[in-house]
Design a protein around this ligand. Structure first.
Ligand SMILES: Nc1nc2c(ncn2[C@@H]2O[C@H](COP(=O)(O)OP(=O)(O)O)[C@@H](O)[C@H]2O)c(=O)[nH]1
Ligand SMILES: [Mg+2]
Length: 290
C-alpha cells in the first residue's frame, strides 16, 4: 500500500498542477496551493521515513550490524570471539572488562555482518565504564539485530537481564542462554551455548541469519532490496519536497515538472509509465474533455 498511496498523492498533485497550466481560464474547483504543497510534503516525509528505516537495502550495500548485548560477565565477548572465529575481544572473569566497542566483519550465511561486542550492562561508578556503556548504547540503537546474551544460572534471568529483555522485545533479536555447562533453569526460545567451547555457536549464527532474512521480508511493498531502489525513494522525497517549495515561488509549471520527476523516481521502483498516469488522473479528477 505504501507505494500505491504515495503515487496516488503525487498523481493528485500532478493533476492539480496540470489543471492550473492547461485550463487557466476554466472555473475548475482547484485546491489551494497550500493544500497541494502540504500533500507533497507529506509524501516527502513518508518516503524519507521509509528510506531512513530501509534496513534491507542498506544491509545489502553496507552489510548488517549485529550487536551483542547483556549483563557483565554473561559471556558476550566469549560468544563474539566464537562467532568471529578468533580471540579478538578480551575475555576475563572480572566484570566490566569490555569497555570500548569492539567490532569485526564476519560472513553469516549470505550476509556480510559487522559484529559489535559491547560493554556489559550494570550500574557502575566508573566513569570510563559508563562512557563505554553510553558508546555501546549508540551502536545497539543502530544495530539491525541484537544478540541478547543471558548467563545461565539456577535462579533464571537477573533483574538487569529481565529489564534488557523487556527493553529489546520490539527489536529483531536472538536470545542466547550462555554457560549451560552450569546448573540453570530453562528460558523459552533461548539458544543454549557454552561460548568458550563453541557449543551452540553455529545455531546462534543461523538464528542471526534468519533474523536478517526476516528484515528483508518486512512488509510486501516495503521490501526495498537494492541501493538503486533506496536511491529512487530518496529521489521521490527530494522531488516532492522541492515541488512543494517551488510552487509559491516558481509556480505550477516548475512544481509540476518536479512532481513528475518524483513520480518517475517512484515508478522506477516498479517500472511504470508516468505521463499516461498523470493524464488519467487529470481527466478523472476534473470534468474536462480529452
Ligand atoms: N563455564 C563457562 N564460562 C564461561 C562461558 N562463557 C564465558 N565464560 C567465562 O565467563 C567470564 C566472562 O566472559 P566474557 O566473555 O568476558 O563475558 P562478557 O563480560 O559478557 O563479555 C570469563 O571468565 C569467561 O571465560 C560459558 O559458557 N561457560
Ligand atoms: Mg566482554
Amino acid at each position: 500500500m505504501f507505494l500505491h498511496d504515495q503515487r496516488a498523492s503525487l498523481l493528485t498533485c500532478a493533476a492539480e498542477l496540470e489543471a492550473r497550466l492547461d485550463y487557466p481560464g476554466d472555473e475548475l474547483a482547484l485546491e489551494d496551493d497550500e493544500v497541494v504543497a502540504g500533500r507533497l510534503r507529506a509524501v516527502a516525509r513518508a518516503c524519507d521515513e521509509v528510506a531512513a528505516r530501509w534496513a534491507p537495502g542498506r544491509i545489502a550495500v553496507e552489510g548488517a550490524r549485529v550487536a551483542l548485548v547483556g549483563a557483565v560477565n554473561a559471556g558476550k565477548s566469549s560468544l563474539f570471539n566464537a562467532l568471529v572465529g578468533a580471540p579478538r575481544a578480551l575475555v576475563h572473569s572480572s566484570p566490566g572488562t569490555t569497555r570500548d566497542v569492539v567490532s569485526e566483519r564476519v560472513a553469516l550465511g549470505p550476509f556480510e555482518v559487522t559484529l559489535f561486542d559491547t560493554a556489559g550492562e550494570r550500574v557502575t561508578d566508573d566513569p570510563v565504564e559508563a562512557a563505554g556503556q553510553a558508546l555501546s548504547a549508540q551502536w545497539v540503537a543502530r544495530a539491525d539485530v541484537l544478540v541478547v546474551v543471558l548467563r545461565a544460572t539456577p535462579g533464571g534471568p537477573s533483574e538487569v537481564e529481565r529489564a534488557l529483555l523487556a527493553r529489546t522485545a520490539g527489536r529483531q533479536r536472538v536470545v542466547v542462554l550462555n554457560g549451560v555447562d552450569a546448573p540453570h533453569g530453562p528460558i523459552d526460545g533461548a539458544i543454549s551455548t557454552i561460548a568458550p567451547d563453541g557449543v551452540g555457536v553455529a545455531e546462534v549464527a543461523r538464528a542471526v541469519t534468519d533474523a536478517l532474512v526476516a528484515i528483508g521480508e518486512v512488509g510486501d511493498d516495503l521490501s526495498v532490496t537494492s541501493g538503486r531502489q533506496h536511491d529512487r525513494l530518496c529521489a521521490t522525497a527530494r522531488a516532492a519536497e522541492d515541488a512543494a517549495g517551488a510552487l509559491p515561488f516558481a509556480g505550477p509549471a516548475v512544481a509540476a515538472s518536479l512532481v513528475v520527476e518524483g513520480l518517475a523516481a517512484l515508478d522506477e521502483l516498479e517500472g511504470r509509465v508516468v505521463r499516461e498516469q498523470v493524464l488519467d488522473a487529470l481527466f478523472a479528477r476534473f470534468c474536462i474533455g480529452k
